[in-house]
Each structure stands twice: as C-alpha cells, then as structure tokens.
Design a protein around this ligand. Structure first.
Ligand code: SF4
Length: 137
C-alpha cells in the first residue's frame, strides 16, 4: 500500500485563505461598524479585541489590512501607564455609505476582487461566493 502523501501549505497561502474567509471579512465589517459607532472618541485597541472576541494576533491582522486600505486611523496613547492605540474610522471611510443590500455581497469586501475582475481568479470556483449564493435567507 502506498504511503499517504502529505500536502504542505505555505504559511502565506494559509494566511491568504484565512484573510479571504467569510469569518475574517465579517470581523472586518464588525470593526468598521464599531469604529463608526464610537465616532470621534474611538476605541482602545485592547477593548476592540474584547468586543470582537479575538486574540491580538488575529485582531492585528484585521487592523493591518484595514489600515492598508486607508479605512482606519491609529493614534498612540498611554492608558494606565502602558502604550496602546486608539482606533478611529478614517475620514475617507466615514464618507463611504454602502447600501445595505450590497453589504451582503462578499466580493465587495474581498481582497481578491481585482484578481477576479481581471480574470486571474476563477469566480466559478470561489467557495466564499458559492456559500453566499447558496444561503437560504
Ligand atoms: S468571487 Fe472573487 S471577489 Fe468574490 S468572494 Fe470570491 S474571490 Fe472574492
């Protein structure tokens, strides 16, 4: 009997998969909602982890992505004697109002949208899109 072959995935591939997951995208949207609700006073980074129920590793990944898209702003502060950040919605993000029915479509929040639009990725084999299309509600 032939030994079972092992498949090794690169760490970047796993991270890319995680960042394109429906759960990750839902968390990104939740961050933006929370920051929008907080307004000018913003949210302490550590409070954000609690509200999202995620660890700092995952939380930082989400923030890095939103920051690179110019959607959030970070301000360093000292809180209870320790350096941390207050997070706010970037001015540009405050102005973007996506109609409710479009917020449901995963492609609008997907980091691979440009690849699908250019044909580099095949939308027909996208599990995220299929899952959304097959949803009952
Ligand atoms: S079809 Fe493309 S843009 Fe839409 S969710 Fe899938 S990978 Fe993202």
């Amino acid at each position: 009997m032939a030994p079972a072959s092992k498949v090794y995935a690169h760490e970047e591939d796993i991270e890319e998969l995680e960042e394109s997951s429906v759960q990750f995208q839902a968390l990104e949207r939740r961050v933006l909602e929370l920051l929008r609700e907080a307004g000018e006073k913003g949210v302490l980074q550590r409070e954000l982890w609690k509200k999202l129920d995620v660890d700092s590793r995952k939380g930082l990944k989400i923030l890095r992505k939103l920051e690179s898209q110019g959607l959030i702003a970070k301000e360093q502060v000292v809180y209870k004697g320790r350096k941390t950040y207050v997070l706010k919605l970037a001015k540009e993000a405050e102005e973007v109002q996506i109609p409710g029915f479009l917020e449901e479509i995963p492609c609008f929040f997907c980091p691979f949208l440009h690849k699908c639009a250019s044909g580099e990725r095949d939308i027909y084999s996208c599990a995220i899109l299929q899952e959304w299309l097959n949803k009952d509600d």
